[in-house]
Design a protein around this ligand. Structure first.
Ligand code: SF4
Ligand code: SF4
Ligand code: SF4
Length: 291
C-alpha cells in the first residue's frame, strides 16, 4: 500500500502546478491518473481505517502526533470541505448540462467492514464521475441532476454530512460530493482526532437564544451535531463553538424551535471549494486573494 501511495504521489505531484485551472472537466491525463487512484482507493481507505482505530495511535498524545504527521504527509490525497444542504443542491444545479454525475458505494463503510444503509453515498461529479466509472464500471451508476438532488435530500434525512472533496487542495481536482456518516467517514474521523482531513464550510451556525428551549429540555442540536460544536451558554441555552462548527447545517434543520440558522463565516478561505457554484452571494466574505 505505501509503495502504491508513493507512486500516486510521484505521478500526480507535477500536475499540482495546474492547481488554479478552475473547476471543470479536466484533461485525459488527469482522468486516467484519478482512475488509477480510484482503483487503489479501497486499499488506502482500509489502511487508514486501521490507523484511526488503533488505540495506541488515536488514544494517546504521542500517537496522535504521529497520526498528524501522517495526515500532513498525505496532503495530496482527497481532502474535504463541509457544505450545507442548500449549497449541495446548488452545486448540482450549477454543474454544466453536459457534465456527468454518478453514484457509488461508500468506501469508508467498506473499509470499516459494514454495508449499513444508506450505502451508495459517494456522489462523483464532473471528471470524477468518469474516473470512478472507468475504475469500477459495475459499482458506479450515472444519474441525472434530479436523481442526484433527490438522493441529497434522502441523505439529509439520515443526518449525513455533505462534503466536497478535491485532490491536491486544488479546485480543478474537485471530484465528489460525499455524504458522510461520521461514525465511518475517515476524513471526518481524522478531523475529529487530529484536525486534518476536512475543512469548515463557508457558513457557521448561529442561535437565536430567545427561541431556544434550552439544552436540558430539548438538546436535539447537541445530539445531532457531528462535530461536537454545540455548547451550553451560561443560561442553559444552546450556543455554538465557531472553531469547531463545520457549517453542515444539520442542527438548524433538526431544531424543533427554529432557533438555529447559518450565517457567513467571517474571513472565509474557500480553499478548493467551487464557491461560485455553491455560495454565489458570498464574495464579500471571502479572503481577497481567493476571490
Ligand atoms: S468520504 Fe463520506 S461518502 Fe465518501 S467514502 Fe467516506 S464516508 Fe463515504
Ligand atoms: S435544538 Fe433548538 S431548541 Fe433545542 S436546544 Fe438546540 S437550539 Fe435549543
Ligand atoms: S453546530 Fe450545527 S452547523 Fe455547526 S457543525 Fe454542528 S450541526 Fe453542523
Amino acid at each position: 500500500m505505501v509503495p502504491a501511495l508513493i507512486l500516486v504521489a510521484a505521478l500526480i505531484a507535477p500536475l499540482h502546478i495546474f492547481k488554479d485551472e478552475g473547476f471543470g472537466e479536466e484533461s485525459r491525463l488527469q482522468l486516467l491518473l484519478h482512475a488509477f487512484y480510484a482503483k487503489i482507493e479501497p486499499g488506502v481507505v482500509w489502511f487508514t481505517d486501521k490507523l484511526l482505530r488503533s488505540r495506541l495511535l488515536s488514544g494517546t498524545r504521542p500517537g496522535r502526533f504521529v497520526l498528524k504527521l501522517i495526515a500532513k504527509a498525505l496532503w495530496f490525497l482527497p481532502h474535504g470541505v463541509v457544505i450545507d444542504h442548500d449549497a449541495a443542491l446548488r452545486l448540482i444545479d450549477n454543474l454544466p448540462e453536459d457534465s456527468h454525475i454518478a453514484i457509488g458505494p461508500c468506501l469508508c463503510k467498506i473499509g470499516a467492514g459494514t454495508r449499513e444503509e444508506p450505502f451508495y453515498t459517494d456522489m462523483v461529479i464532473m471528471y470524477g464521475a468518469k474516473a470512478y466509472k472507468l475504475a469500477h464500471p459495475n459499482e458506479y451508476k450515472y444519474i441525472s441532476k434530479e436523481e442526484a438532488k433527490d438522493l441529497l435530500r434522502k441523505f439529509r434525512e439520515h443526518n449525513l454530512v455533505h462534503e466536497v472533496y478535491a485532490c491536491f487542495e486544488a479546485r480543478s481536482w474537485a471530484f465528489v460530493v460525499c455524504n458522510c456518516d461520521v461514525r465511518y467517514c475517515i476524513p471526518t474521523r481524522s478531523q475529529l482526532t487530529v484536525r486534518e482531513g476536512v475543512y469548515p464550510g463557508p457558513l457557521v451556525a448561529e442561535v437565536r437564544a430567545e427561541k431556544c428551549a434550552g439544552l436540558e429540555e430539548c438538546g436535539v442540536c447537541l445530539k445531532v451535531c457531528p462535530f461536537k460544536a454545540v455548547v451550553a451558554a451560561g443560561d442553559g441555552k444552546s450556543s455554538v463553538d465557531p472553531a469547531k462548527c463545520m457549517g453542515c447545517g444539520l442542527c438548524a434543520y433538526r431544531c424543533p424551535q427554529g432557533a438555529r440558522g447559518l450565517k457567513p463565516r467571517p474571513g472565509y478561505d474557500p480553499r478548493f471549494l467551487p464557491i461560485h457554484f455553491t455560495h454565489p452571494g458570498l464574495a464579500e466574505h471571502i479572503k481577497p486573494e481567493n476571490k
